[in-house]
Write a protein that binds this ligand. Sequence first.
Ligand SMILES: NC(=O)c1ccc[n+]([C@@H]2O[C@H](COP(=O)([O-])OP(=O)(O)OC[C@H]3O[C@@H](n4cnc5c(N)ncnc54)[C@H](O)[C@@H]3O)[C@@H](O)[C@H]2O)c1
Length: 283
Amino acid sequence: MDIKKVGVVGCGLMGGGIVQVTAQSGYQVVVSEINDALLNKGLWAINSSLSRGVEKGKLSQQDKDATLGRIKGTTTTTDFGDCDLVIEAAVENLELKKKIFADLDKVAPPHAILASNTSGLSIMDMARATSRPEKVLGLHFFNPVPIMKLLEIVRSIATSDDTLETGKQFGKSVGKTIIIARDMPGFIVNRLMVPQLLNAIRMYECGVATREDIDTGLNLGLNHPMGPLTLCDLVGLDTLAFIANGIYEEFKDPQYITPTLLNKMVTAGWLGRKTGKGFYDYK
Ligand SMILES: NC(=O)c1ccc[n+]([C@@H]2O[C@H](COP(=O)([O-])OP(=O)(O)OC[C@H]3O[C@@H](n4cnc5c(N)ncnc54)[C@H](O)[C@@H]3O)[C@@H](O)[C@H]2O)c1
């Protein structure tokens, strides 16, 4: 299928990045948020990210202007009426995602593919909320989307070969390397990564080492580009807790139980970089 126009639900950390790379790749994009303030905040973040690219000489001012010209913001789902692909990037909550998919199913044209950027929730549950389960799949981008090369495509038991193929073509067209996972909690990357992040928090919580030494340990000892506590702050501590809880709900495996310290930090509103405070201060 030929994709010309792409919809994105949610203009937060991930939605904004998906909008940026999709528009930079030449697609028309419409992005929705729950209100004007969040929409403007998300569009402003895309503008800033593109400006940084211009400053670093990665793209021209003309490319930046053309990219922004392909992006339209909205607060209503009816604007997805002529999209060929809609990617949901709202918060990691299955009930909310099911509701969004049911709404999208009503407004998107019958041929449109509906995708979720979920970090690990059930694609089949989202597909079941629509009348087109064969046209639903996971398109799991990584943070920050303009930089990270990977796209994890998630195929449910109902996803058709055509939908998978279109997902792969789309991923390649926005410059990503594709891996394919079955629709199992956490898919490939988060099933492996989340226990490590939670263990790093547990280590810090019980005083095994300082946050800096835990980070330096994995940074230099395992050659990870950043330490686990820095990565937690980048992911967003609320999002990490949502992801871990989502995987735990399915597997009941104790390695996915969120540490008390993580729960307390989320309650305090210390969500990492996006709020200026997490394991480190960013103010
Ligand atoms: N943060 C990461 O590192 C990361 C990486 C890969 C995947 N993900 C997944 O991407 C999704 C989004 O995560 P995020 O980090 O961008 O979260 P975020 O909190 O930064 O952004 C989510 C946005 O969705 C908006 N939203 C909520 N309901 C909506 C609705 N009905 N319509 C339109 N917008 C709505 C919120 O207002 C918010 O701005 C989650 O499913 C998450 O698990 C996150």
